[in-house]
Design a binder for this molecule. Sequence first.
Ligand SMILES: Nc1ncnc2c1ncn2[C@@H]1O[C@H](COP(=O)(O)OP(=O)(O)OP(=O)(O)O)[C@@H](O)[C@H]1O
Length: 303
Amino acid sequence: MSNLEIVDVSHAYGPKKVLNHVNLRVGAGQVVALVGPSGCGKSTLLRAILGTHPSTEGTVMVGGQEVIRPNRDVGIVYQHYSLYEFLTARENVAFGLMLDQTSTPYRWFMYFGWRKLRKQHLEQADEFLKKVGLYAARDQYPSQMSGGMRQRVAIAQALIMEPKILLLDEPFGALDEATREELQLMLLRLYEENVRARSENRTPPYTVIIVTHELNEALFVSDRVVGLSQYHNDGENGATIVYDRPAPVFKPDEPKDLSRFVEQKEELIRAVFSPTFQKDHRQFVTFWQENKKQPVEETSEVN
Ligand SMILES: Nc1ncnc2c1ncn2[C@@H]1O[C@H](COP(=O)(O)OP(=O)(O)OP(=O)(O)O)[C@@H](O)[C@H]1O
């Protein structure tokens, strides 16, 4: 079973058709970069996956369940961090678990049980802060942190809920170049956990869709690039997936060798961003055919 399955999703805002028969299947452990021209409907698609704005047609399934409202199987981190200013890093990360696992009466009337649970949640938060390289700052408040540190906390805050899919909506867009690179490496480190889990026959823990305007970032941090675009033969009825191919996988300790994806970046620019490159939109939608390592049942393609 795929972690995310988008089946024939179309969306319109009144008469304005934005998404046009979008189909996408994402397996556990994939890190998908979602790119596309400005205004093509990336946020609309994310909102349908999140369940805040279900699509006008089609179905979104996460972990085999139809998404009709926000739920804990889908996490999201936005460009502008939304941490609780009055909580430390570890308290911020533990906060979701506390809300999920305790009620107000429980916290009031089961004081000792609550204290014990809280200790466990804070310990779990510490583990996730280690994963995002922020353990040393666990007792700092957001006002004492840089933008990059806050974004790491936001990612740990989302990961601790163990979502079936984590949506990252331009997560590094507000950061300077050097900090952005550090956070990209952090994502590659998380991806290494997926690789390790796969090699030990465990389910890889992190399944991610990252929306980014930066094509170098898209190709660097993901193992699959999906292009959503209105530039295709039926574009007047909205954007659809016109590109879906594997991306090169980098290791965090390797040099960032951009030459490994120069050709693919040019292909992506033509296939997704060029208004004049007329094409059958299936031509570059070949991820499952190309990725032979996936189980057989995943190879029948969509769209
Ligand atoms: N609530 C809304 N009501 C009407 N039109 C909307 C609404 N939200 C988005 N749109 C329109 O739908 C289209 C897709 O918007 P969306 O924000 O999903 O695109 P996007 O690809 O995320 O854009 P960007 O890359 O610029 O963030 C745009 O033309 C936008 O103006």
